[in-house]
Write a protein that binds this ligand. Structure first.
Ligand code: UD1
Ligand code: UDP
Length: 359
């Protein structure tokens, strides 16, 4: 039996191809939702849109400090694993859910498969970097999306025998959903947008939005972009960012702030934007796969493949640099190669897990 552990928006999206493959093959599995994300538009909406089965277990851990959230996930996961005794658990990405789920499983000697293993920003200030490193080092199966990720793991002394380069399941998720997205209404019409005549923005990284100066710089940069290009800047606001904008009393002028979109709507918006500005990991990958330029509002990235193929640039969190980065896109060459695989990562991962069960 496979235990699929997830808890946040990107995990639901990137695990969806794995869940679909388990369903297709009639594999015995269960879904354990930690409840790290719980607002309708960060959680339930994706189960509905992607037609995923309801979780078998919901821990409802909710929000909290890193330690309290991690502790709640660990104890909840332990209870479920003691009851179910799966052959392997799968975790995806770099959230607290991932690290805590993997740690609880490994202490029970349940094998752990880490999807999206080997990513490194080499910036330990990010909570996600700590989660990635720890999870990789306690995992038995490391599903690396690219050769670069494999090399990062090898450089840390992880055995090549544990590593399987699969591509990223985000490619599967895009291929499986882009056509469905296009048929499901037209969000551009709803928002009165023309293809390539708007910018799309997301921002939620702790180091960007929990710091007043930095969040203000980002918002000023985005306002500058809107003024200079006279184009709509559509900004679906992550709940963390919404909370911080309110708490810190920052005024926002000229941006189209919206609720977070579902994946199908967001894919439509992403695929037809002139440029996407983001600090999201998944969005850097998706824009690369969709052929849309991306400016990342960070000083480093664990997705260097996007920089190498030329789909993404780092513009930091400085208003002037953000504007400069957007100006530079006129000179960009599109048509780069997708470094994230052919959209069969989910199938490969489930195949390896199925073989592991019989060992
Ligand atoms: C988490 C992950 C981050 C990932 C992101 C995906 C960690 C350390 N961080 O960040 O790596 O990129 O998810 O979106 O695991 N909130 C709600 N409703 C929700 C969820 C959160 O209102 O459904 C608000 C709460 O005020 C909460 C805050 O957002 O305190 C932050 O949530 P949390 O899960 O701690 O971190 P994220 O910023 O969502
Ligand atoms: N996303 C979405 N609706 C939105 C914004 C993002 O469905 O309004 C999707 C996006 O397509 C990507 C994922 O959310 O698949 C990225 O999640 P997030 O940025 O929260 O986390 P990260 O990837 O940085 O961990």
């Amino acid at each position: 039996m496979i235990g699929v552990i997830l808890g946040t928006r990107p995990e639901i999206i990137k695990m969806s191809p794995v869940i679909r493959e388990c369903e297709r093959r009639g594999i015995d599995y269960f879904i354990l939702h930690t409840g790290q994300h719980y607002s309708y538009e960060m959680d339930r909406l994706f189960f509905e849109e992607l037609e995923l089965p309801d979780p078998n277990y919901s821990l409802d851990v909710g929000s909290g400090t890193h330690a309290s959230q991690t502790a709640k996930v660990m104890t909840g996961v332990e209870d479920v694993l003691l009851k179910e005794s799966p052959d392997i658990v799968l975790v995806q990405g770099d959230t607290n859910t991932v690290m805590a789920g993997a740690l609880a499983a490994s202490k029970l000697h349940v094998r752990v498969g880490h999807i999206e293993a080997g990513l490194r920003s080499f910036n330990r200030w990010m909570p996600e970097e700590i989660n990635r490193v720890l999870t990789d080092h306690i995992s038995d199966y490391l599903f690396a999306p690219t050769e670069t990720a494999r090399e990062n793991l090898l450089a840390e002394g992880i055995s090549n025998q544990k590593i399987c380069v699969t591509g990223n399941t985000v490619v599967d998720a895009i291929y499986q959903n882009l056509d469905i997205a296009k048929k499901k209404g037209n969000v551009l019409n709803d928002l009165d947008l023309e293809p390539r005549e708007y910018f799309l923005v997301t921002a939620h990284r702790q180091e960007n939005v929990d710091n007043r100066t930095r969040l203000k710089e980002i918002l000023r940069g985005l306002e500058g972009v809107q003024k200079e290009f006279s184009l709509p800047v559509v900004f679906p606001v992550h709940p963390r960012t919404e909370k911080r904008i309110k708490e810190l009393g920052i005024g926002v002028d000229g941006l189209n702030l919206t609720k977070p979109f579902g994946f199908l709507e967001f894919l439509q918006l992403e695929s037809q934007a002139r440029l996407v500005l983001t600090d999201s990991g998944g969005v850097q990958e998706e824009t690369c796969v969709l052929g849309v330029p991306c400016a990342t509002m960070r000083y480093d990235t664990e997705r260097p493949e996007t920089l190498n193929v030329g789909s993404n640039i780092l513009v930091g969190a400085d208003s002037g640099k953000i504007l400069e980065g957007v100006r530079s896109i006129a000179a960009w060459k599109t048509g780069w190669e997708n470094p994230y695989g052919d959209g069969i990562a989910g199938k490969m991962i489930v195949m390896v897990c199925a073989a592991a069960r019989s060992q």
